[in-house]
Design a protein around this ligand. Sequence first.
Ligand SMILES: Nc1ncnc2c1ncn2[C@@H]1O[C@H](COP(=O)(O)OP(=O)(O)O)[C@@H](O)[C@H]1O
Ligand SMILES: [Mg+2]
Length: 192
Amino acid sequence: MKELSLHLLDVAKNSVAAGAKHVSITLDEDEDGWLTIAIADDGRGMAPEFLARVTDPFTTTRTTRKVGLGLPLLRLTAEQTGGSLSIDSTLGVGTTLTARFQRRHLDCPPLGDLPGAVALLIQGSPDMELTYRHTTPKGEAALSTAELRDILGDISLAEPEVFAWIQDYLTEQENEAAVDASPAAVSEGEVQ
Ligand SMILES: Nc1ncnc2c1ncn2[C@@H]1O[C@H](COP(=O)(O)OP(=O)(O)O)[C@@H](O)[C@H]1O
Ligand SMILES: [Mg+2]
């Protein structure tokens, strides 16, 4: 996938498919270009035998297509940057997935449209509780559906106006917090 936001959306959809009522998404960037993405859900979880082969492309519980590609591709993308993917899961309790990327690596995809991905996710599952937090050395972007619900009262999170509001709200914060992690920016900077 061309952007990390698309991986994020794809993986969060696994949480939705697993029946999660709460999903937490955190992105943490440090001073050295390492980005850690963690997605935790309270969905149905996976049995240990299944979990052991879930990053193998032939593992899926979907019936529409014989191979599952989301997790194998995410692992590949993370490893291509020198990072990794790890998944903890307990049947009936939930799943936590942690992916590490080196953003300054030439093969690391750009972050992409994170506000768009979060807005889509909320619109697609308006009754799920989602918390989102992206921290960088410069600041943070954060949103929670519980807070939105307090503000909006009876208005559904699936409303188009809410979608646009979430996008604008997060875009403003993401712009403030953004760090340039491109390899070119770094080779001119403090590294080397
Ligand atoms: N968060 C999760 N909770 C429970 N099961 C999961 C979760 N994420 C992935 N899975 C299981 O792993 C399988 C493979 O996931 P993935 O690689 O994204 O492929 P796909 O979603 O196309 O099947 C899914 O079909 C599902 O059975
Ligand atoms: Mg999937």
